[in-house]
Design a protein around this ligand. Structure first.
Ligand SMILES: [Zn+2]
Length: 219
């Protein structure tokens, strides 16, 4: 199964992408997670451009393509993948199509998570993240068992990502509308777009995605 999961910031791409990957037994390739890992490693020029994401900016098409196509080239991704956070622009989407066509492949579906702006602000404004393993919590709906401590890895320093501060959320939503929304039309034209209502609980949304995929991309 070759999937792309897309949607505005706070739509739940990371959470649902992780679950889809586990469900289908394929890797979850998240550009955000990858960039954060590179920033943490402090690895020269790449880390510098990756740091741009914490300023609410988008990385260049060249950097995004190089990073994510590199991931797709790894043997783990040979039999399927869930792409998350890439492509983010029409140009990146076209590059991805050409890359996959070059090895006789195409995407099976593009899951577009749909949420209202009000829901996005409520979710991101309450999001707490583990800097060590990337697990996320909602301060009100799904807090960690012990305040400030990660349930998954035990790290005692849960934090609000700079990206999730109120002023950044507004910038990220604007960038999404301007630069990423055009890819929805691109995939709609190719009959790949699978819109899914992403409001409600994590379990409800996941069930909707799986049901929608059964229709468009039966295994
Ligand atoms: Zn953790």
């Amino acid at each position: 199964m070759r999937l792309l999961i897309t949607g505005s910031p706070g739509a739940g791409k990371g959470t649902q992408g992780t679950r889809l990957a586990a469900h289908f037994g394929i890797p979850h390739l998240s550009s955000g997670d990858l960039l954060r890992k590179i920033v943490a490693s402090g690895d020269g020029a790449v880390a510098q451009s990756a740091r741009a994401i914490s300023d609410g900016k988008m990385v260049s098409d060249e950097t995004a393509n190089a990073l994510m196509l590199g991931e797709l080239d790894k043997p783990e991704a040979a039999n399927g993948f869930v792409l998350d956070g890439y492509p983010r622009t029409l140009s990146q989407a076209q590059t991805l199509t050409a890359f996959l066509a070059g090895r006789g492949e195409k995407l099976d579906a593009v899951v577009a998570l749909e949420v209202s702006e009000v829901a996005v602000i409520e979710r991101l404004g309450n999001r707490i993240t583990c800097p060590q393993c990337g697990e996320t919590y909602h301060a009100l709906v799904s807090p960690p068992k012990v305040v400030g401590v990660c349930d998954e890895c035990g790290y005692a320093g849960l934090t609000v990502r700079p990206d999730d501060l109120p002023e950044r959320i507004t910038v990220r939503l604007r960038l999404y509308t301007e630069r990423t929304e055009p890819i929805l039309g691109y995939y709609r034209e190719q009959n790949l777009l699978t819109p899914v209502n992403a409001e409600g609980t994590e379990n409800d949304v996941f069930a909707r995605i799986v049901a929608a995929l059964k229709k468009v991309a039966p295994l």
